[in-house]
Design a protein around this ligand. Structure first.
Ligand SMILES: C[S@@+](CC[C@H](N)C(=O)[O-])C[C@H]1O[C@@H](n2cnc3c(N)ncnc32)[C@H](O)[C@@H]1O
Length: 244
């Protein structure tokens, strides 16, 4: 069977011929969760102002936000509660969220409107393809990856979004001095993240005591983190700075 790309219904081969980066092993399984009425309305009403399309290609951030404020990119924002809270608390920054789960995208832009947030844009697309095709190198001040799917079983580890290749891509997209911030409640994933970050050139760990940093106040508790706390899991925050 020919594998089709997510939004364009072209074969991977056709899309690659057109210069689009298409990923073969994905970090997610598309859940066709039903949209609530509110989410559907929000997508219809606010997509023209808040939505970004992968097929539109490289972004000019200054043009997009009409200012030159620093750009924070969040990958896999879930329902967007913590992303909207961060954007609301920091109007001097611009936020871009990337999420594949449509109900989550709807919930996020609905809440953003409710909270009067104007410094936030979102993609409904695979972050790997968005990074490759839409985000200019050296353009990001921070990349946030909070509670990525842990893919617990060893045979599924290849689906984890964090890999050596991924952290190198993130380094290229960050400005020199920019920060890659990850958090997970899965110890084995935290260890693998640290291993990849230590092997990747051009990064410096911001932790001063061991491998991990305390949760910064700027990161609100997320739904998955709360669930982890209730299950008695620990949480590991990792912050590395791009050095060169
Ligand atoms: C475990 S949830 C965490 C959500 C949120 N960050 C939180 O802490 O509540 C992981 C999220 O990442 C999204 N995701 C996984 N792979 C992705 C990818 N390649 N691009 C965009 N989103 C992705 C999933 O759809 C899911 O919503």
């Amino acid at each position: 069977m020919v594998e089709k790309t997510e939004n364009t219904h072209k074969s991977i081969e056709e899309a690659e011929k057109e210069g689009k980066y298409i990923r073969k092993v994905r970090s997610f399984v598309k859940r066709e969760g039903r949209l609530t009425k509110g989410q559907a309305n929000a997508l219809e009403q606010f997509w023209p102002t808040m939505g970004l399309n992968h097929l539109d290609g490289m972004i000019d951030f200054a043009h997009l936000f009409n200012n030159s404020n620093p750009i924070i990119l969040e990958i896999g924002f879930g329902m967007g509660k913590s992303l909207v809270e961060m954007a609301k608390n920091a109007p001097e920054l611009n936020f871009v969220g990337v999420e594949v789960h449509r109900p989550g995208v709807g919930a996020c832009i609905s809440l953003a409107d409710e909270e009067g947030v104007h410094n936030l844009k979102v993609f409904e697309h695979d972050a790997i393809e968005v990074l490759a095709d839409c985000i200019p190198n050296g353009s990001l001040t921070t990349v946030q990856l909070f509670f990525p799917d842990p893919w617990h079983k060893k045979k599924h580890h290849k689906r984890r979004i964090v890999s050596l290749e991924f952290v190198e891509t993130i380094r290229q997209k960050l400005k020199v001095g920019g920060v890659f911030h990850m958090a997970t409640d899965w110890e084995n994933y935290a260890e693998c993240m640290i291993e990849d970050m230590n092997s990747a050139p051009g990064y410096k760990n911001l932790a001063t005591d061991g491998d991990f940093v305390p949760r910064p106040d700027s990161r609100p508790l997320t739904k998955f983190e709360n669930r982890g706390h209730n299950l008695g899991h620990g949480v590991w925050d990792i912050q590395f700075k791009r050095q060169d």
